[in-house]
Every structure is written in C-alpha cells, then in structure tokens.
Design a protein around this ligand. Structure first.
Ligand SMILES: NC(=O)c1ccc[n+]([C@@H]2O[C@H](COP(=O)([O-])OP(=O)(O)OC[C@H]3O[C@@H](n4cnc5c(N)ncnc54)[C@H](O)[C@@H]3O)[C@@H](O)[C@H]2O)c1
Length: 321
C-alpha cells in the first residue's frame, strides 16, 4: 500500500560527488527550515494558516474520557463529523448526548480496543456507515500504576493491547483510504512518560515509548514513499488532570488541564505539526538525559523533581486477574 518509492536506493547515491552534493543541499535547506521554524514560532496562531476541519470525519479512541471528550467537543464545534470509540458505555453516551444536545453530528461506538477483532469489525462498520476517516486520533490509554513485581500479567498485556497494539489495528484499518484519497492525518497520543521512564510505569512507559517509535517509523514510511499529504502528529503531554494519575502530586509543575491539552492538540493538528510536547519547556529538558551523567540525572529526578516520590501517591486502580 505504501508503494511508489520516491527516494533513491543506496547504489544510486554511492559516489563521493553525490554525497557532497546532497550534504551541501541539506545544509542550505537546513538554514531555510530553521528560519521557517523560527518564523512560525513567533507568529501568533490567529495569524497562521491552519487547516480547516469542517466536514472532516475524525475518529477519536477513548472519546468518553478526559482528553478524548474535550477533543470531541472542540472538533465538533469546528464543524468536524466526530466518531467516538470507548469501552465505557456510560462515559461514551455522555459525550455523545452532550454533543447531540448542542446539535452536532456525532456517532459513538462501544469498542474494546484490547480486542483486535472488535477493532477491525468496528472499523469496517464506520467505513460502511460513515465513510472515509480523515483524521484518526489514537487517544485511549490505560495505566495500572504498580511496580513491576506487583503488576499482573493481565494488566501488562492489557496496557500493551490498548496503549500501542490498538494503534496498529486502527491505523491499518483507516490509512489505506487516506492514501488512496491523498488526504489523512494519524495522531498518536504518547506521553512525557514515553520520553522519560517513570516510576510505577514499567508497562505504561514502555508502551508510550513504543508510540514514539510507531509514530516516527510511520512518518518515515509515509515520507519515503511520497505520501506527503498524509500527516502524522505525536502528542506527548505531561500529567493531565483527568483522574488517570489521581493522587499524584508533581513538585515543580502543576498538572495540565484537559481542555488546554485538547486545545493545544487541535492547534497542532491544524498546523500539521509532527511533534506536540506539552508543556513546551519539557523538550529542552529531555536532551539532558543523554548528555548528563546518569547519577546526575537520577539526583535531578528524585532530589529536585521528586518524580518517584510523587508517583508513590498514585491511587491504586482496580486489580485485573
Ligand atoms: N492523564 C494524564 O496524566 C496523561 C498524561 C500523558 C498522556 N496521557 C495519555 O492521554 C490519553 C488520554 O488520557 P486521559 O487522561 O484522557 O485518560 P482517561 O482515563 O480520562 O481517558 C481514557 C479513555 O480511554 C478509554 N479506554 C480505556 N481502555 C479502553 C479500551 N480497552 N477500549 C476502548 N477505550 C478504552 C477509557 O474508557 C477512557 O474513556 C491516554 O493515551 C493517556 O495515556 C495522559
């Protein structure tokens, strides 16, 4: 499906002259990219061209929960046709009914993302009954919040199924139509815990690291095959005040609010940004983990930021067998 290779194969690029030519071109383009990026950073959103989402079909997984619900409300208000998937029937109905009360076109399906066959069946139904999905937001996530030896095998497997494997089933379902129409956007919700390993999150952090790899590899595949109008955005928020990390008391930065996260995500999608890290200051801290001595990083983490200590207050989730 990703046929139509646009880049040169290694044998075509082997001469020293070609390498020198490509390097010079790269350096010249880099100056342009840096200036372009600086320019757009300084221009306020109201003055930026942002893509319209009017009449786009946008599927949001976990649409009954904190961020998913806020995304649904805002995207419907922007004129999108919203499809919500969630395992929690009550929460899903609440999101759908609130939007229907405001007069918006919304559809909600109860789907267990941990069940591959249910995901494929639900995707087929959406394609038949709604049509092509223009934007897929892989937002649903779970955390059990136990240290490794207290995590049940089922909890680990569920975390992997929901937080990363489901991204494969949904993307495989909806990407082909995006490619054939030349229009599409895959949004991958990761986490700052997917950039920095987090206490009581050996499963959660690992799946969120996997979302980074998934997004980056998919990005390279789409670009390498010339699908330049299919966009992908990776969203990595810090703690959000939705209840997922109830009880956690971060020391240096307060939790983000779900409406702010949804608003920032939508801006990022409308600008076709590749990465959306929230808050932005976190992106300057991350390189430190590769640059500083490991002992210094650990000291920064537990002495100054009190990361593990704050996660010790995470409220226990119901145990899975
Ligand atoms: N809350 C945070 O602090 C935080 C921080 C960084 C990233 N994130 C990520 O942001 C995303 C949204 O998180 P949130 O805070 O809104 O969480 P939330 O718990 O409020 O919402 C998650 C939604 O996913 C749904 N869901 C869970 N398992 C499912 C399954 N098997 N099938 C279908 N739906 C399922 C839940 O029912 C819920 O409605 C998640 O991917 C999460 O990992 C959250």
């Amino acid at each position: 499906m990703l046929e139509g290779t646009k880049i040169n194969s290694p044998s075509q690029m082997s001469s020293i002259f070609d390498i020198a030519k490509d390097t010079v071109l790269f350096l010249l383009l880099s100056c342009y990219y840096i200036l372009e990026s600086l320019f757009w950073t300084l221009v306020p959103n109201v003055m930026r061209p942002m893509k319209s989402l009017k009449d786009d079909v946008i599927l949001i997984t976990g649409g009954g929960g904190g961020v998913g619900r806020q995304l649904a409300i805002r995207l419907a208000r922007l004129g999108a046709r919203v499809v919500l998937w969630d395992i929690n029937k009550e929460a899903l109905e609440k999101s759908c009914n609130d939007l229907k009360d405001e007069g918006y076109d919304v559809r909600g399906d109860v789907v267990d993302l941990a069940d591959k066959e249910s995901v494929y069946a639900a995707a087929d139904k959406v394609k038949k009954e709604v049509g092509k999905v223009d934007i897929l937001i892989n937002n649903a996530g779970v955390v059990f919040g136990e240290t490794l030896l207290d995590l049940s095998d089922t909890a680990i497997e569920t975390t992997y199924k929901v937080n990363i494997l489901a991204h494969y089933w949904t993307t495989k379902s909806f990407l082909p139509d995006m490619i054939s129409s030349g229009k599409g956007h895959i949004v991958t919700v990761g986490s700052v815990a997917g950039l920095l390993g987090t206490y009581r999150c050996t499963d959660y952090s690992a799946t969120k690291f996997a979302t980074v790899g998934f997004h980056e590899s998919l990005f390279t595949e789409l670009r390498a095959h010339g699908h330049n109008t299919i966009y992908s955005t990776l969203v990595c928020p810090y703690y959000i005040n939705t209840g997922m990390f109830d009880g956690v008391t971060p020391r240096l930065m307060p939790m983000l609010e779900p409406d702010y996260v949804a608003e920032t995500m939508i801006d990022s999608i409308r600008k076709n940004e590749v990465n959306c890290i929230m808050p932005g200051s976190v992106r300057y801290l991350l390189p430190l983990k590769c640059l500083l001595p490991a002992k210094m990083c650990w000291d920064l983490m537990h002495r100054v930021m009190k990361g593990p200590q704050s996660m010790m207050h995470l409220k226990r989730k119901p145990k899975l067998n």
